[in-house]
Design a protein around this ligand. Structure first.
Ligand SMILES: Cc1cc2nc3c(=O)[nH]c(=O)nc-3n(C[C@H](O)[C@H](O)[C@H](O)COP(=O)(O)OP(=O)(O)OC[C@H]3O[C@@H](n4cnc5c(N)ncnc54)[C@H](O)[C@@H]3O)c2cc1C
Length: 395
């Protein structure tokens, strides 16, 4: 059996980006293993349910990979400002110009990114085995159809339930927030003007992200993080009841900031988890959701995964000539390279989530006063804006 340089297991956005990165950097025998993304064809007025806030660092990476320019311009929404509100008087306004930028972030549907990555992989002739990994032992993996593959480096990009991670015995510590993220697209009465909104409440966190206008009117994408006991009945309701409930609840939560809101798509829910791993094993590296999960309140899950891919490809390709791909020295280098950003993101997202979960006397005042104070401190705000755009970590 031939030993490949790299097998990337999992063809989500992170796995596809990584396989493409290796190929572009001259690793000719990289193999991508995983089922292709299922992309439903949608009309010009319809938008895929999963959308991402792409950070400046991720945008730069997708540009380096040559795929950013392939995204249809009319489906990429520029976010020029963020408005974050607490459950009383607290508010923070972040604007791109505060960090001398035109845009803070970009909202893009997952399917659009998957599509351009798949196109680029074809152009680069990357071998893509459209199968799933079922077993793995000592550098050799076996697929559902019985094919065996051997590689110097295996990368687990196969998501939260990673088979490769489990078969390699790599630790994965999970804390369930007992909450769900409920997503759907809404028509809103007032234009969003390129602003991403977020409301922190003790009962949940609501994000409304700007999307292009359609013939129905102005449009935003909702990510509502709420406890499962509230999410489940909502997900089970008929669509008319969902529309009525969301119009009422979200209208109140958003204090009419975007006028009347009307759901125009089905809604979906996903479990919210905080998870971390050791990142590496014997000849195995973890990337993306296979390696970590954070609360979606900062919209950073995919951005962290793309940064994993970028750092792993760089470290493996720029290795010393006497080290083989997948060597423990290189894997440890990769783990070190990712440690700080992953820790920061865990602390920030989990800390904010806990602060707004607190049900103690005075907690409402403390969190809102903290927000308002931050908003009035220009240096702290510049740091926040830079964190939002991730300027310091551009590829
Ligand atoms: C509704 C929603 C909104 C989100 N919004 C944002 C946002 O705004 N910004 C952001 O940065 N992040 C966001 N996230 C997080 C983001 O979706 C994830 O962090 C990201 O999808 C992780 O990508 P991944 O490629 O690591 O994993 P996945 O997308 O889970 O991909 C894993 C892939 O592995 C494949 N696979 C699984 N098992 C096997 C196997 N045994 N063999 C081979 N292949 C296998 C799967 O088929 C899949 O293609 C959001 C998440 C959700 C659910």
């Amino acid at each position: 059996m031939k030993t490949q340089s790299v097998v990337v297991c999992g063809a989500g956005i992170v796995g596809m980006a990584l396989a493409l990165d290796f190929a572009r950097r001259g690793v000719r025998d990289v193999v991508l293993l995983g089922p292709p993304p299922r992309v439903a064809e949608l009309g010009p007025d319809d938008y895929h349910l999963r959308v991402y806030a792409i950070s400046a660092a991720s945008q730069a990476y997708l540009q380096t990979l040559g795929v950013w320019a392939l995204l249809p311009e009319n489906r990429v929404t520029r976010v020029q400002a963020m408005e974050v509100r607490g459950d009383a008087f607290g508010a923070i306004y972040l604007r791109a110009w505060q960090a001398a930028q035109n845009d803070l972030t970009w909202i893009v549907e997952s399917a659009q990114i998957e599509h351009v990555l798949a196109q680029a992989l074809r152009v680069y002739g990357v071998q893509w085995i459209q199968d799933t990994l079922t077993d793995f032992r000592e550098e050799t993996g076996v697929t559902a159809s019985g094919q065996s593959l051997k590689a110097s480096l295996w990368v687990a990009a196969d998501g939260t339930e990673s088979t490769l991670r489990a078969r390699s015995g790599i630790r994965f510590d999970v804390r369930d927030y007992d909450s769900m993220g409920v997503v759907g697209h809404l028509t809103c009465e007032r234009p969003h003007q390129g602003v991403a909104f977020q409301w922190f409440q003790d009962k949940g966190i609501l994000a409304l992200l700007p999307l292009p206008d359609t013939s129905r009117g102005h449009q935003v994408s909702m990510v509502w993080s709420i406890r499962k006991e509230l999410a489940r009945p909502l997900l089970d309701m008929p669509i008319e009841s969902q529309q009525n409930m969301l119009a009422e609840r979200l209208g109140k939560l958003s204090r009419g900031r975007l006028g009347k809101l009307r759901l125009h798509t089905p809604i979906r829910g996903f479990d919210l988890l905080l998870a971390q791993s050791d990142m590496i094993g014997q000849r195995v590296a973890l990337v993306g959701d296979a390696a970590h999960r954070v609360h979606p309140l900062a919209g950073q899950g995919l951005n962290l995964g793309l940064a994993d891919a970028r750092d792993l490809a760089r470290i493996m390709v720029e290795r010393e000539p006497f080290l083989a791909m997948g060597d423990q020295t290189l894997l440890r280098r990769y783990r070190r390279a990712r440690a700080q950003e992953l820790l920061e993101m865990r602390l920030v997202t989990d800390g904010l989530k806990r602060l707004f979960d607190l049900d103690l006397p005075g907690a409402v005042w403390v969190r809102n006063a903290g927000m308002s104070l931050l908003d009035r401190l220009p240096p702290a705000k510049r740091v926040l804006v830079e964190a939002a755009t991730r300027l310091s970590r551009q590829a």
